[in-house]
Design a protein around this ligand. Sequence first.
Ligand code: NAD
Length: 299
Amino acid sequence: MRKVAFIGLGNMGGPMAKNLLRAGCMVTAFDLSDAALSDVASAGAIRAESAQGAVEGADVVLSMLPAGKHVKAVMLGDDGIFARLPVGTLVLDASTIDAATARELHEAARLSQLAFMDTPVSGGVAAAQAGTLAFMCGGTPEAFARAKDVLKAMGNEEKIFHAGPDGAGQVAKAANNMLLAIHMIGTCEALAMGAANGLDPSVQSEIMKASSGNNWSLQVYNPWPGVLAGAPAGNDYKPGFMVDLMAKDLGLAIELADQSAVNAAFGRQAHAVYTALQDEGLGGDDFSIVMRSLVKTFS
Ligand code: NAD
């Protein structure tokens, strides 16, 4: 039986750990939150008292933590888990973090002779629960072959990508979410303009889905309330995918664009839109709430 240590059991990590249990893995778990830990323990995971305790005897280590500083705190330094793992252990960090920190972790793992991959996800909490996440992985082909075997318990096998070398998973994730923010805002603007000029948003959505404006935000996440059953727009913009997380991801994308001298003007504009929503106190709402700021009659 595969022994997996799972660190970070929040909205995403909790259901991911449960899917590993369903796939027959032995999961030893740790989270700073007792409630998060109890939830996965009730599904069959073994509770650990620390990250160091969780990784004892593990073949594979997975982390799903908020940001780069949390991943570094768990993995690096004298108290970090890298110093405790046997040579050759596979370590997968599925958190969304900055590519520079991911590369730093790769370098440290290499010095400790560990197989590390950055493996951020796309799909959100619903896909984490359903075991249908997409994974974008950065690191060596050898580590990828080992990683895929574990990740398929939490995601669709055809959506597990080897993005490229160290940090490439985080680069792919930042690029994808920058594009997502831009087409969500564009979709909101197009629907608002149509409605203000007498179009029924449902009819307009059907037209654009069959035309060159078609995109994911329109197809599976329509931001106009009531057009698409199950979309957060119809549930008073409860997440879904929070404004706070989109603002964080856009911050990472812009940092990356700046470091590589790419003029990501629309990404920057999207970041301004989402940080303004945070300033309005809407950080905990779904990222499609951009629609409401364009059509005030919704609120
Ligand atoms: P979350 O805040 O719900 O969970 C993070 C967990 O990490 C918490 O339970 C927290 O207690 C724990 N934690 C923090 N520091 C720790 C430490 N030192 N040791 C052990 N546990 C610690 O966040 P989430 O929504 O699960 O997101 C996790 C990651 O996945 C983030 O990087 C996020 O950007 C990314 N992500 C989230 C979504 C989403 O829809 N929620 C989608 C894709 C990617």
